[in-house]
Ligand binder design. Sequence first.
Ligand code: PGA
Length: 228
Amino acid sequence: MKRLLVGNWKMILTLSQAISLAKSILPSENHEVVVCPSFIHLSQVREVLQSGIKLGAQNVSRETFGAFTGDICAEQLKDIGCEYTIIGHSERRIKEKETNTDIHIKLNNANKAKLKQILCVGETLEEYNLGMTEEVIQKQLADVVSTPIHESLVIAYEPIWAIGSGLIPTAKEVERVIAKINAIVPSPVIYGGSVDSKNSGIFSEIPSCKGFLIGGASLKPEEFNKII
Ligand code: PGA
């Protein structure tokens, strides 16, 4: 499998900024490169992406069709050209109170619509300090992953304390958590949390780390292209 590099653009860019960023992302022979703009920018970003770069959504509705004002379902994302969707990002779990039940339903809906799922898991700083990381992740996976495991499932290990903070875990810690995840689900695991062009090499050396979910650094073309 090619290493997966996912840029999560969050709710940060205007349309013209998103278009100009999209045009500057370079394709890669060694990596599957995916960008996840805001829903409202998906169509226009798709038009300007260089060939080979994939489109992903940052979220998907837990509903599949019908009168759900403001929601966007998996079929609509697939129809507009998305191949991936992020599900269960900690910003949604914490700020939008997404539950494991919601996440479980979203994973199944995305799978049915043939959207690859990037499921985010990770511990808070408090849980990290208490040595509870593996326990937390085991529970997050047990509660949301269906059996049989979707072939199109990717797990993003994102320690919540590392997101946007400039802090990162050690390579050994990440390797240990990935081994724990793989003991539960055989899906590829990528790492996310303050990845940039200076620290990505630390994690690239972990054979079981199959890529990155990148927030802040994915908004800077020179940074993102260096990681590619
Ligand atoms: P960050 O964000 O790279 O800015 O830490 C990662 C994420 O939220 O997915």
